[in-house]
Every structure is written in C-alpha cells, then in structure tokens.
Design a protein around this ligand. Structure first.
Ligand SMILES: Cc1cc2nc3c(=O)[nH]c(=O)nc-3n(C[C@H](O)[C@H](O)[C@H](O)COP(=O)(O)OP(=O)(O)OC[C@H]3O[C@@H](n4cnc5c(N)ncnc54)[C@H](O)[C@@H]3O)c2cc1C
Length: 400
C-alpha cells in the first residue's frame, strides 16, 4: 500500500491527471487555481486534444456539429501541461503511467479520470454488430450510417436516459426511419408520474416504438434477440445499455468494483492506493444513499473535490469527505422538446418538473455550461465553486 500523504520530492509535487473529460478538466482547472506553479506540476493526459462533449453525443450521432473545444488551449492559461496519448498501463507501485506504450510519466499523486464506456460485453454480438456512442469515432460512425440508410429500422437498446435521448434524436432528425427503443425498464421509470407521461407522449409523437420489460439477450447482424427468443429486425442497432470502466485500474492492482470502477474512501482516494484519487464515471463513490451513478452532474464536483483535497494535503492538512446530492435529470426529446425532472439529493424525483421549450432551454444551458465553468475556474485563483450538497448549493471552500 502507498503512503497516504504526498512524499517530499526534490522538485515540485507531480500531479498526473488521466482523462480530460468532465471530471478530469474540473480537477485540472481547480488544481491549477489553488496551487502555486512552483510547488505543483500538473500534467493532463488525454486521448485527443478536442474535448469530447459526451452530453451531446446523441446529437453527434445524427450528424450535428459543435464548436471545437480545445483542451491544450484552456490548460495553457493554467500552466498545466498537456500530453496527448492513450494511457496503456498504470504501475501503482513504481508510480508511473505508460502512454501509447512508448512513453513513461511519473507521478506523486495520480488523479484517475478515464470515464466509462458502454458495456458491449453484456450480451453476445453487441461488440460486433452494434454501434455505440462512445468516443470521437462511435457517434460520427453512426451518423454516417444513418445518413446513408434512407429508410429502415433502427433499434436502440437500453431504455435509460441515454437510450431515450438517442431514440428521440434519431426519430426527430430522420423521420423516414422506424425507431424502436428496447429495454428492461419503462422509459423515464425514475421520474414522477407527470414527467414520465410527458416523456412517453413525446416518444409517441416522434413515432418511437417502445418495447419495455424486454431484455435483449443477443445482437445479430440484422436485429436483436429478446428474452423469450423473439427477434426484432433492425438495419442498425445502437447499444446504450450499461457502462463499464477501463480495465487499467484493475490491472494496476487498485481495488475495483464489479464494473471495474475504482473504489474510493470518503475523500475520493483509492481505498487500496491513497495516492490515487478516482473521480467521475470511473470511480465507485459511496454516499449515504448509495454509490453515485455516472453523471456529469456528479463528475465535475468530484474533480473539484479531488483538487481541493490535493491542495489541502500539500499544505499538511487532511482532505475532507466528499458529499454530493443530485438536483435534476434533464432529458432532451429531439431538438424541440425536453423534460427536466427535479430530484432530491438521493436522485428520487421531486414533484417539480419542466417540459417543452423551458425544458429545452434548461437542458441546453446545462449541456453548454461545463466549458465556461472550466474557463472561470482556471482564471480565478482559489475560486469558490458552487456545488449541490445535500440538495443545497454550497460554496466549496478549500480552507487554506
Ligand atoms: C448521450 C449522453 C448524454 C448524457 N447526458 C447527460 C446529462 O444530461 N447530464 C449528466 O449529468 N450526464 C449525462 N451523461 C453522462 C456524462 O456524459 C458522463 O457521466 C460524464 O461524461 C462522465 O465524465 P468523466 O470525466 O468521468 O468521463 P468522460 O467525460 O468520458 O471523460 C473521460 C476522458 O478520458 C479519456 N480517456 C479514456 N480512456 C483513455 C485512455 N486509456 N487514454 C487516454 N485518454 C482516455 C476520454 O477520451 C475522455 O476524454 C450523458 C452521457 C451520454 C453518453
């Protein structure tokens, strides 16, 4: 097991952040703002220079284009170094990370923020025959296929919110296609009656056929097989059901859960390797009401908290426990409709929800807000960021 506090090194303390998604960028920008450059050297490794707006991947899957958000450009303001490359291994004993199998980076503190991918290993055939929204190639490849399709059937597997958003977007942008949404649960199952009914009516209006209570057991080149052996024919299958973390953490000997996520203590440090912080989708972070499920909503606060904790630890103080409460579930229903369910901190639905144009505006504001937030955080030294804690927005202080 590694030491729980940073080791004294001759030069600046080396913080290596793996992954520049929503959580990793929050950690990088907050850390740079909260520490002195002479004391701390922050390096961020990411597969590509362009920030992947995962919240918009269902839109990218229908060919919509977005502004280029350049990670090195933003990090230049902070003094953090950027390394473009694919992380291939972590050696948690030697405290090194291999990038592109050719380069080795050393760290004193590691921030593990590699996100998650769709779990296509869940059923036979999904890996080979289904599209996913993952990464920069998944959504554009699907967009290309849909654009060439002309007519036919698209089956979207997974009736969680990613599946709902994808099915609605495809039906909205490609009215000539038949879209079927297949999954175990009713779409919007976690919402209140009003929001759920609104969501279902919107899917009906868009012509999306819903098959719920129908787990998919296999994906074929031309359709999917349901439990009970019924098949649903499809020209294209999009798989959105379930996520898993990269196997790197488990291979490095970090304690992980059944989905490969790094199990953290209350302060977001790995329970087996306290010099590793795990944040965002790739971390299994327990709160009083259960383990956080992957959202940008919770991922960004985990990045801020890790940065605050590292800054505190470098000053010889103890990191504080992370506390988070959910506050909303915004769901787009094509380009002109949406529903927003407000939630209690444990993610159960409140009575309030937004629908229609107001919800569209709200959802767009949420989706667009991370990058301006990083800009703000990177420029304001030790800025207080506001995050929901226990349902109330509270200023995060690092208490120097
Ligand atoms: C279509 C869709 C809509 C969504 N809508 C919402 C929403 O409305 N609200 C919400 O809160 N959440 C939403 N989510 C979930 C949200 O996108 C994720 O929870 C969030 O992206 C997690 O952030 P992260 O930083 O942990 O991971 P990511 O954002 O996935 O970032 C991980 C980064 O690590 C990089 N990476 C991964 N492996 C490697 C490697 N080996 N080497 C180098 N780099 C690597 C990736 O390229 C990426 O840049 C949505 C997800 C999808 C797919």
């Amino acid at each position: 097991m590694s030491a729980s506090h940073p080791q004294a090194t001759a030069g600046p303390h080396r913080v290596l952040i793996l992954g520049a998604g929503y959580a990793g960028m929050a950690a990088a920008t907050q850390l740079a703002a909260r520490t002195r450059r002479a004391d701390v050297q922050v390096t961020v490794v990411n597969a590509r220079e362009r920030f992947t707006e995962r919240l918009r991947l269902h839109m990218a899957a229908t060919g919509q284009q977005f502004a280029e958000l350049d990670i090195p450009e933003l990090l230049a303001v902070t003094g953090a170094q950027f390394v473009r490359g694919w992380v291939t291994a972590v050696d948690a004993q030697a405290k090194t990370v291999r990038v592109d199998d050719s380069r080795e980076l050393r760290y004193d503190t590691l921030v593990y923020a590699l996100g998650s991918v769709t779990d296509t290993a869940a059923v036979p055939g999904a890996e080979d025959h289904a599209y996913t929204l993952d990464g920069p190639s998944g959504a554009p490849a699907l967009a290309d296929r849909l654009a060439r399709l002309g007519g036919g059937t698209v089956v979207v597997v997974g009736s969680g919110l990613t599946g709902v958003e994808a099915a609605a977007e495809i039906a909205d942008r490609h009215p000539g296609l038949d879209v079927t949404l297949v999954g175990r649960q009713d779409p919007g199952a976690a919402m209140n009656t009003k929001a759920r009914a609104y969501l279902r009516a919107a899917l009906t209006r868009l012509g999306v056929r819903v098959l719920s209570g129908a787990p998919v057991t296999a994906v074929l080149p031309d359709g999917v097989v349901l439990a009970g052996a019924e098949t649903v024919a499809a020209d294209v299958v999009l798989w959105t059901a379930g996520t898993r973390a990269a196997p790197l953490a488990a291979a490095a000997g970090l304690t992980v859960d059944e989905r490969g996520r790094v199990v953290t203590d209350t302060t977001l440090r790995s329970v087996s390797h306290p010099d590793v912080y795990a944040i965002g989708d790739t971390a299994a972070i327990r709160q009083g009401y259960g383990v956080l499920h992957g959202t940008c909503q919770s991922g960004m606060p985990t990045g801020v908290h890790a940065a605050v904790s590292i800054a505190r630890t470098l000053r010889g103080r103890r990191p504080k426990p992370f506390r988070f409460g959910y506050y909303h579930t915004p769901v787009s229903l094509g380009r002109n409709d949406a529903v927003v369910q407000f939630t209690r901190p444990d993610d159960s639905p409140r009575r309030g929800c937004l629908t229609g144009r107001t919800a569209v505006w709200y959802k767009e504001t949420v989706s667009a807000s991370p990058w301006p937030t990083y800009r703000r955080m990177s420029r304001l030294p030790a800025s207080g960021a506001f995050w929901p804690r226990g349902g109330r927005f509270t200023r995060v202080r690092d208490a120097r």
